[in-house]
Design a protein around this ligand. Structure first.
Ligand code: SF4
Ligand code: SF4
Length: 135
């Protein structure tokens, strides 16, 4: 793989926005893989947690659109506890979701909740689901 020394403007903007929204510094990741080896949901992910960080580091927003790993992250913080740089990948995943959702698709909508369940579901859970899975 060629090492990229200069980012395009849109790539740099994407990286900066992810850092800003997440409060993390993705540049500090050195791809040790500790996060991915401890993630309890990695067996279902299409890209690994360390690869999410790598794609952000390279400004490759397009490759993150449609990734189900971003939506499978359960914010369990196992990765952060194992990361030698203290990077919180859940925060990074949330920031990326926020940035790509207008370009992606809705994964969930109110119409999908059966009427008989709508009154019984915890409102907090519903808000969390809408926040994560819809634009
Ligand atoms: S554990 Fe931290 S430094 Fe290592 S690959 Fe994951 S995010 Fe990067
Ligand atoms: S916070 Fe997300 S990426 Fe990190 S270990 Fe948990 S599920 Fe995996």
């Amino acid at each position: 793989m060629r090492i990229k020394l200069k980012f395009e403007e849109n790539e740099k903007k994407f990286i900066d926005r992810v850092n800003e929204l997440s409060g993390e510094n993705v540049y500090s990741c050195y791809q040790c893989g500790n996060c991915s080896s401890g993630c309890p949901f990695v067996f279902e992910m299409d890209i690994l947690p360390n690869q999410i960080i790598r794609l952000v580091q390279m400004g490759r927003e397009e490759e993150l659109i449609g990734s189900k790993a971003l939506f499978l992250c359960a914010s369990c913080f196992t990765c952060q506890s194992r990361c030698p740089k203290g990077i919180n990948i859940a925060n990074v995943a949330e920031a990326v979701r926020h940035l790509i959702e207008p370009k992606g698709k809705d994964y969930f909508g109110p119409q999908e909740i059966p009427a008989e369940l709508a009154d019984e579901l915890p409102q907090q859970a519903l808000v969390a689901v809408y926040r994560k899975f819809s634009k």
